[in-house]
Design a protein around this ligand. Structure first.
Ligand code: DUC
Ligand code: ZN
Ligand code: ZN
Length: 485
């Protein structure tokens, strides 16, 4: 057998195993995993020197060049966003093609393809955002887009320009069940947020720290329970995105205990940031304004525990890049806006994998297999990309990360590769960073420099995910609804 490339002496970690092997790569795919592979005359070699080698990350929830209501503008496009991903060990991103209310979902996807074309340096798939489930969308656009490989979509329970009423969510969930697509839900109670926001503003409480008080944990807990109930009514799996702490986790545990098919995602901001980061003096806390907001140390611990015991299916970044010092970003209009007008979101594509490897694996909170499952394998299963992506196996794409561990790496925004003027993790010392990232056998990060090429990233058509298949249940209203007819 001849190889284009052999990665030698890899300490390979998958979601199931850890073993030592050489990795033989031809045509961008893994073709052999064995000890002492024999090189041909044209074979290149990389020595992993016994270091951990994991699958390239899949960041299954990130926002890149997503059209916003003017004057808000995202700082990263597909070029800078995917560059940053590659340098942080992520080789597949799944951002969102977002329907505008009154607009077409098909048009949103066409536009998003144009934004990605020629710019992406890692592979990408698209989730959809369903903001207006008209008969045209439900009967034509969604089924057609699912058939074309966009097999997952997000629905919002909050944000005026995006939110759906419960009845609309049920309509879309019914379609997800029929089409075997994965439904993702942003769970926060919109009316409760509006009420609390109005009271805070009336009391003159406008600083970024009040963002957290306008969306306290019960706001998320109630909506999480409601989303679970809607899923139960139609017997359709859902994924609750960006779960922030203990109260929502309790609801998910309860649902799992009842045998309901609920998946859950969390993000580094709920492991590493707290309300104190929002409530720093002055306007600085705007850097950490995201929704749901970071909670407190006790909630961080509950999220770590839920990662360790298998409650969470994935860790994504929810990268939503807005510059801090920018009239189109956090300082909207060149001022320090009251908290409801601060664009929601923080950058995190490049730091997700190193944060979790360093503070999860190297501290002993997570096994390396759990790390792989949470950052790559489970996302591939959830969104119909397995086994092409998310694992190191013969036949899979040669997307991998060689890890440098045990040497201090201090996060500095000036060393990151996104186009955002800050990182919420500035100054944090980690003990792990990617020494090398391969995308389909090509080096895209060599430990010092981005070595990829805009345009080398490919669009990935997702299969209908096996995890979106309903469990067989019967009786009561389900039978009457003839869900399986
Ligand atoms: N919250 C979201 O729901 N999306 C983008 C960023 C954020 O903070
Ligand atoms: Zn969201
Ligand atoms: Zn998001």
């Amino acid at each position: 057998m001849s190889f284009d490339l052999i990665v030698r002496r890899a300490h390979v970690a998958t979601a199931g195993d850890v073993f030592d092997a050489d990795i033989g790569i031809t045509g961008g795919r893994i073709v052999a995993l064995a000890q002492s592979l024999v090189a041909g005359p044209a074979t290149r070699e990389i020595d992993a020197a016994g270091r951990f080698v994991t699958p390239g990350g899949i960041d299954a929830h990130c926002h890149v060049d997503q059209p916003m209501l003017p004057p808000v503008r995202m700082a990263d496009d597909f070029e800078t966003g995917t560059r940053s991903a590659a340098c942080g060990g992520t080789t597949t991103i799944i951002p969102f093609a977002a329907q505008a209310k009154g607009g077409s979902l098909r048009a949103a996807v066409t536009d998003y393809h144009q934004r990605a074309a020629g710019k992406a340096s890692v592979d990408y798939a698209f989730h959809l955002i369903v903001a207006d489930p008209t008969p045209q969308v439900l009967q034509h656009e969604l089924p057609e887009l699912i058939a074309e490989g966009c097999t997952s979509f997000k629905m919002y329970m909050t944000y005026d320009d995006l939110k759906l009423a419960d009845g609309q969510i049920l309509q879309v969930l019914e379609l997800a069940r029929r089409e075997q697509a994965m439904a993702m839900i942003h769970a926060e109670n919109s009316d409760a947020i509006a009420f609390l926001t109005e009271r805070l503003l009336a009391a003159g409480k406008t600083a970024p720290g009040y963002h957290g008080l306008s969306r306290p944990a019960p706001v998320e807990r109630e909506a999480t329970h409601r989303a679970i109930t809607l899923s139960e009514l139609l017997d359709v799996p859902i994924l609750i995105v960006h779960v922030s702490g203990g109260e929502a986790i309790e609801q998910i545990r309860w649902a799992r205990g009842k045998g309901l098919n609920i998946h859950a995602e969390t993000c580094p901001q709920y492991l590493f940031l707290t309300q104190d980061d929002l409530a720093t003096t002055g306007f600085g806390g705007a850097r950490c304004v995201c929704s749901p907001p970071p909670r407190d140390k006790a909630n961080q611990q509950v999220v770590w525990d839920a990662l360790a015991d298998g409650l969470f299916t994935v860790v994504s970044s929810d990268h939503a890049p807005f510059n801090y010092d920018d009239p189109n970003g956090k300082r909207l209009g060149g001022r320090e806006p009251p908290f409801p007008y601060i664009p929601n979101g923080i950058p995190g594509l490049e730091t997700r994998m190193p944060l979790l490897f360093s503070e999860g694996v190297l501290t002993g909170r997570l096994s390396v297999q759990q790390f792989v499952a949470l950052t790559a394998t489970n996302a591939a299963h959830l969104y119909g990309l397995y086994p092409r992506k998310g694992t190191l196996a013969v036949g899979s794409d040669a997307d991998l990360v060689i890890w440098d561990t045990g040497q201090p790496h201090v996060i500095r925004n000036e060393h990151l590769h996104h186009n955002v003027d800050y990182t919420p993790y500035e100054g944090r010392e980690l003990q792990a960073w990617p020494a090398l990232t391969l995308l389909r056998g090509q080096v895209v990060w060599d430990g010092q420099h981005f070595t990829g090429t805009p345009g080398q990233g490919q669009f990935l058509r997702c299969d209908r995910p096996a995890l979106a298949r309903p469990r067989t249940r019967s009786g009561g209203w389900r039978q009457w609804l003839e869900l399986d007819a």
